[in-house]
Design a protein around this ligand. Structure first.
Ligand SMILES: *[C@@H]1O[C@H](CO)[C@@H](O)[C@H](O)[C@H]1NC(C)=O
Ligand SMILES: *[C@@H]1O[C@H](CO)[C@@H](O)[C@H](O)[C@H]1NC(C)=O
Ligand SMILES: *[C@@H]1O[C@H](CO)[C@@H](O)[C@H](O)[C@H]1NC(C)=O
Ligand SMILES: *[C@@H]1O[C@H](CO)[C@@H](O)[C@H](O)[C@H]1NC(C)=O
Length: 403
């Protein structure tokens, strides 16, 4: 057990400290194709016959986020339903929603059902690498966590979609994409009126019982904190030499690393293994090491609060108080439509953590809260399980149809 923990720690350190762009990666072994140079519209949407537009949006702190819009279904008939904004999770980008065939992938299903689909890409991913003054080579470019996504990216993106369409929108988040929404909802700001309903797939909230061995080991050993001290501000889990090293280490220690994704996310029931090459062309994506530190803080302390700096003094400087401000889940307005879907095999969004979240929502209006439990599902099944259409997407569409 300790052997495996040590191995994982080593892997994490090596993976994160290498910065090669080619060959092997964290989640599967595989090839990185030239297609990576092309954007999401060009490589994942237009070739399937769907329309796709790129929309740059500038945040108050200067990040230029790339949104993709699929304005109609394959028929080209104008959309007759409201916009839906999709927000992916950590170390991914919007490509994660588009990995399967159109009738299995949420954005295409929504577009074909008449919705106007908008895909968000978190700051630091390849679609959202722009900044009005900073360069991705700068330390400052990576000086943010999911707090900034709550404070800047989400409100700006929602406002932008509203401006473009003149309509309030539905929100669908996966993983850390749910955390951002929950944190924003708990603040109760006015711009939230532009959101009609919120769908949370594999919600990330209370993490103290999270079973993911990779996640726990990183948190307990302060892996991202150490990387940050070493000067690695960008967390980029792809590496040149790394794949080979990884393979050697795994062979040597008798560990099976052929599918590291399983040890990270839990045992996904329903992924299409013949799509893993396509997955690797597009994922994983970079995030800030500071975000990884923030998530590890949540694993260690079980709280949902803003990033905790090293000393009371620095917290005081940033927040005007010694402890970081809390995102209080009980403050989420009890009449906003919420759909929460979670899985029994999920190692990141574990059942106990979701139960804690649901307990903090116990005063929610019963007609405004739908929860769905899928016994077999793990973290990735919700975004690219081959049967997620039947088990997750059609039910969530029935929900947003009513709101
Ligand atoms: C939305 O429109 C308002 C009013 O025209 C404008 O002030 C604001 O900058 C726009 N925001 C975004 C994010 O497009
Ligand atoms: C390693 O895991 C993969 C996928 O889970 C499996 O196909 C393979 O047989 C395993 N190899 C060994 C040596 O256990
Ligand atoms: C899995 O992917 C392969 C290759 O892209 C495809 O031919 C097959 O139909 C997919 N299977 C399912 C169940 O979607
Ligand atoms: C969260 O909000 C509720 C309701 O306003 C309040 O009773 C509770 O004390 C708050 N919790 C924290 C940790 O601030």
């Amino acid at each position: 057990m300790t052997k495996i923990a040590l191995l994982v720690l080593l892997i994490l350190i090596i993976l994160s400290t290498s910065n090669g762009d080619r060959t092997k990666m964290l989640f599967f072994r595989g090839r990185l194709s030239r297609g990576d140079k092309k954007g999401i519209c060009n490589s994942m949407v237009l070739p399937l016959g769907y329309p796709c537009q790129n929309h740059p949006v500038t945040t108050k702190d200067g990040f230029i986020l790339g949104l993709q819009r699929i304005p109609t279904g394959i028929s080209g008939n104008p959309s007759n339903k409201p916009p839906v904004l999709l927000q992916h999770g950590l170390m991914m980008d919007a490509g994660i929603w588009l990995l399967n065939q159109p009738d299995e992938s949420l954005p295409f299903i929504l577009a074909d059902a008449g919705y106007d689909v908008w895909l968000a890409n978190s700051r630091g991913t390849r679609s959202s690498r722009g900044h009005t003054s900073l360069n991705p080579k700068d330390k400052k470019f990576w000086d943010w966590t999911w707090d900034e996504q709550v404070t800047y990216d989400l409100p700006t993106t929602v406002q932008y979609v509203y401006n473009q369409t003149g309509q309030n929108l539905h929100y669908v988040g996966h993983s850390v994409g749910t955390l951002i929404a929950l944190a924003a909802l708990s603040k109760g700001e006015n711009w939230l009126n532009m959101i009609r309903s919120t769908v949370l797939l594999s919600p990330i909230a209370y993490l103290s019982q999270m079973p993911s061995p990779l996640g726990r080991t990183a948190a307990n050993n302060f892996v991202p904190e150490r990387l940050y001290q070493l000067g690695f501000y960008k967390f980029y889990p792809k590496g040149g030499l790394v794949g080979k090293l990884l393979g050697k280490m795994c062979d040597k220690m008798g560990a099976n690393c052929s599918n590291l994704m399983t040890s990270f996310t839990g045992k996904n029931c329903c992924l299409n293994s013949s799509r893993s090459g396509y997955f690797l062309e597009h994922e994983p994506q970079a995030t800030s090491t500071k975000t990884m530190i923030h998530v590890c803080q949540m694993i260690r302390n079980g709280k949902i609060e803003m990033f905790r700096y090293k000393s009371d003094k620095v917290n005081l400087k940033h927040y005007g108080q010694i402890n970081p401000p809390v995102y209080n889940m009980s403050r989420i307005r009890n009449d906003i439509p919420l759909y929460i879907s979670y899985g029994g095999k999920d190692a990141l969004s574990d059942v106990n953590g979701v139960k804690t979240l649901l307990a903090s929502l116990k005063n929610h209006h019963p007609n405004k809260l739908v929860t769905q439990y899928l016994n077999n599902y793990a973290h990735a099944d919700f975004v690219f399980g081959v049967n997620a259409n039947k088990f997750v997407y059609y039910p969530l569409m029935a929900f947003i149809e009513l709101n």
